[in-house]
Design a protein. Structure first.
Lengths: 302, 311
């Protein structure tokens, strides 16, 4: 094994994803973000209110996905327990409003802090393991969180709990559909920008270094465990935010959020979704983003 | 008097725990073989469990006998497992664990939908023949359902058979060799892809048999595999991935702890808690129990309790 393994396509790595100085994936992100803003607003203007809520749902899932991407895509940590943070964020909205505290200035910080704390504690234990063991231990913690919230009889238990009103910001009123959409949209934009800045910062470089070769990073003197844990906590807090938004969107919280945040959304689409999933893993390495990048490269060559 | 009721209940729950443990072992054995030898995370192992149950149900109604249903369903599940490996799983060995998890999660969704399209959304109860559906007195004053005894004994028999297969046969030798050093085995001229397909089919049969055995008690239902597969993963993590012995011991341990926890934890908590809070904490804690055990094992001894020897 050589100590300096330069990838064969190093030059491509350095040059390919740039188009006029801007990454191709970045252009795709900007286009999608623009569509996500314009299309629902058009639908709303034409009187289709449903698509506004539908887009808010997409935005909430996108925030959760962005947070997962920070640790999975860049940090290489395959967490199976991310839904737990969504659940914690949701209950951080539900439990205070049950007791009559409706201020969003309490709900949202509480959601993020509670999720971050849970991430800190479980991450400190989980990150001692690697690979499939990490997958399983994060899943175990998510299951524990699931059964914990399920047992809270006071807060609905397995019946779930209904929110009577959305979180109250004082200055803006998010119970209005359009305001809520714009609010969630700006949060998503902030999250994407923050993740982008994190990934391209020194911290992000170390994180990606840990992913591609941890022993080398250790040899360079980095405390890789601390870097990973920090990323895990940031990601958890962001996912908690997504949970708080989902709670506000649905006006209803249940522990099932933790169990099947992925599959619950695909009950009616199970078969096509399953086939898409298998094909994308088998044939489209790197997912949609990889497809975009490769499509551009192929076009560039011809 | 109170004591004797309590100890009777304890013994019965111990047997129920053993029965769950045996089923978990059947699932975990296939999982740990596939995982230990091919380094493949198969979330869809539970789907084979479900498919086994449904095929057995249909064959039972067709032949009119549960025993024939099981005997005929076994080769069918083996063939399904074989083609599953050849068509999909084989192409995934090269990729990482995340791809395995995503792809097999997709397979779960497909399998659940296909079963629903074939057999309908309702669960199917499998009727037992008279000589299996009764109860027997195993000790004075302690009666236990015959069929649960059948599950325990057939599970233990299969476990013994597997032990013999792995320890004393040429196939078992290749399996063990594959688990400790895959590359070396294929370098020595063993057709590793056929071996893998065979092992996968064996795991599928074990999972299918577990599904067939539980179906007369719980009915064959859609998604029945998805809950138990998580527990089976807990078992192989606790036992040490790739280790048959570890899978067996951990399966029995987890089965018994889970069952006893569900039946007695509330009473134990009542000894030093108010009964209202014990009634809330008991069920929650007993559901969490196996995950807590797994988290502790992973944190203190990440390679599991009985890891296979790897060079």
């Amino acid at each position: 094994m050589s100590f300096v393994n330069v990838p064969d396509n190093l030059e491509k790595h350095l040059q390919a994803p740039r188009l006029f100085g801007v990454g191709r994936a970045r252009i795709a992100t900007i286009i999608i973000m623009l569509l996500l803003l314009v299309l629902p607003l058009l639908a709303w203007a034409m009187g289709n209110k449903f698509y506004l809520d539908f887009s808010v749902r997409m935005i909430c899932l996108a925030i959760a996905a962005v947070s997962l991407n920070l640790i999975l895509g860049f940090g290489g940590m395959v967490s199976f327990g991310h839904a737990a943070f969504v659940g914690i964020g949701a209950y951080a909205v539900g439990i205070p409003s049950y007791h009559g505290y409706e201020s969003a200035w309490l709900h949202f910080p509480l959601a993020m802090i509670a999720a971050a704390l849970f991430a800190l504690i479980t991450g400190a234990i989980s990150l001692r393991t690697k690979g499939v063991y990490f997958i399983m231990i994060t899943m175990a913690f998510a299951q524990m969180a699931y059964y914990f919230f399920l047992s809270l009889e006071e807060y609905g238990g397995d019946d779930g709990m209904t929110l009577w009103s959305r979180s109250d910001f004082g200055i803006i009123d998010i119970s209005d559909g359009l305001t809520f959409f714009l609010f969630c949209y700006s949060l998503l934009a902030i999250c994407i920008y923050m993740t982008f800045r994190i990934v391209h910062s020194r911290f992000g470089m170390v994180l990606r270094g840990c992913n591609s070769n941890e022993s080398r990073m250790k040899a360079l003197g980095y405390n890789t465990y601390a870097y990973r844990l920090t990323a895990y906590v940031i990601s958890g807090a962001m996912c908690g935010l997504a949970g708080a938004l989902i709670a506000n969107l649905q006006d209803f919280i249940t522990a099932v959020l933790i169990e099947e945040v992925l599959s619950a959304y695909t009950i009616y689409w199970a078969l096509p979704f399953g086939i898409i999933l298998i094909f994308s893993v088998l044939f489209v390495k790197g997912g949609v983003n990889g497809l975009i990048q490769r499509g551009w490269q192929g076009g560039g060559k011809s | 008097m109170q004591d004797s009721i309590m100890s009777t209940l304890f013994l019965i729950q111990l047997l129920n725990g053993l029965q769950l443990g045996v089923l978990l072992f059947l699932l975990a054995a296939g999982l740990t073989l596939v995982f230990g030898i091919m380094d493949f995370v198969n979330l869809a192992h539970g789907s084979l469990y479900m498919i086994g149950a449904f095929i057995c149900a249909s064959l039972t109604f067709l032949t009119g006998s549960f025993v024939w249903g099981v005997l005929l369903a076994i080769p069918i599940v083996a063939v399904i497992g074989y083609f599953f490996e050849v068509l999909i799983v084989r192409h995934l060995y090269e990729s990482n664990h995340l791809d395995h998890v995503l792809a097999t999660f997709g397979i779960i969704l497909i399998a659940d939908t296909l079963v629903q399209l074939t057999w309908g959304p309702e669960g199917i109860a499998i009727p037992l023949p008279d000589y299996l559906s009764g109860q027997v007195e195993i000790l004075p004053d302690i009666i236990f359902p015959t069929f649960r005894l059948v599950i325990i004994s057939s599970g233990l028999l299969i476990a013994a058979g597997l032990y013999w297969l792995i320890t004393y046969t040429r196939l078992g030798m290749l399996i063990r060799a594959g688990a400790s050093n895959r590359t070396m085995v294929s370098a020595l001229g063993v057709d590793i892809s056929t071996l893998f397909a065979g092992v996968f089919a064996l795991g599928a049969v074990l999972a299918g048999v577990a599904g067939m055995l539980i179906a007369p008690i719980t009915e064959a239902t859609i998604g029945m595999g998805n809950d138990i597969i998580i527990t089976a993963f807990v078992v192989i993590i606790v036992g040490g991935i790739g280790s048959m012995k570890g899978a067996f011991i951990a399966a029995v341990l987890i089965g018994i702890i889970d069952t006893l926890g569900r039946s007695f934890l509330k009473d134990i908590l009542e000894l030093f808690m108010e009964s209202a809070s014990a009634a809330t904490a008991g069920p929650a804690l007993s559901s969490m129990l196996i995950y807590i055990i797994m988290a502790i094992v992973l944190a203190l001894r990440p390679q599991g309790l009985f890891p296979p020897k790897v060079r």
